[in-house]
Design a protein around this ligand. Sequence first.
Ligand SMILES: *Cc1c(COP(=O)(O)O)cnc(C)c1O
Length: 223
Amino acid sequence: MSIKDNLNKIQSSIPEHVTLVAVSKTKPISDLMEAYDAGQRIFGENKIQEMAEKYQDMPKDIKWHMIGHVQRNKVKYMAEFVDLIHGVDGIKLLKEIDKHAKKYNRIINCLLQIKIAEEDSKFGMSANEASVLLQSDQFSELKHINVTGLMGMATFTDNMQQIKGEFNFLNSTFNRLKSYHSYNCNLETISMGMSGDYQLAINCGSTMVRVGSSIFGARNYAN
Ligand SMILES: *Cc1c(COP(=O)(O)O)cnc(C)c1O
């Protein structure tokens, strides 16, 4: 099936309140343009430099989401244009994003990444760390960021019961934290679910799914 067919099939299988992020990492511009021409406007990348290059070369009505781990020294390459940063895991990174957003007179939307998987390799904050952060004085001073939700990555496993448990945990964390409402914190988004588990994620409360290989085909990291 073509990229367009894949997109249409996925779009028609997800409810209207769920946002589809087309994860285009490692894929060439021609593939992204096929998705663009089929109506897709939100693209997710996990490397800042790759995203910045694609941003330069592509239509300017695209919303670019940074879904990967963010190194503080690279925030400057995306501060001008990034629409949403999914993987924010601490106050230091938030401060850095705030600093660069200010230079462009922007407010950058961020999701706090919560560690929901058992694997040590996955990044993210604990639910309690996120709770402390959102109530801290340091956080309340950041005028150029807006925390709009939470993001999580489930364990890489075929065990759907385990994945479901991790998604439910993120959903309950979201419900616990969303009472912290302030000028720079409005929790509305739960970013969870990828190609193999986005239906399950939606059943567990996801409002934003990040789907790559089911749209663009398998990635080839060898070239
Ligand atoms: C690559 C990636 C995805 C998409 O994975 P697929 O299995 O190809 O859909 C989603 N989220 C993150 C954070 C990723 O790095």
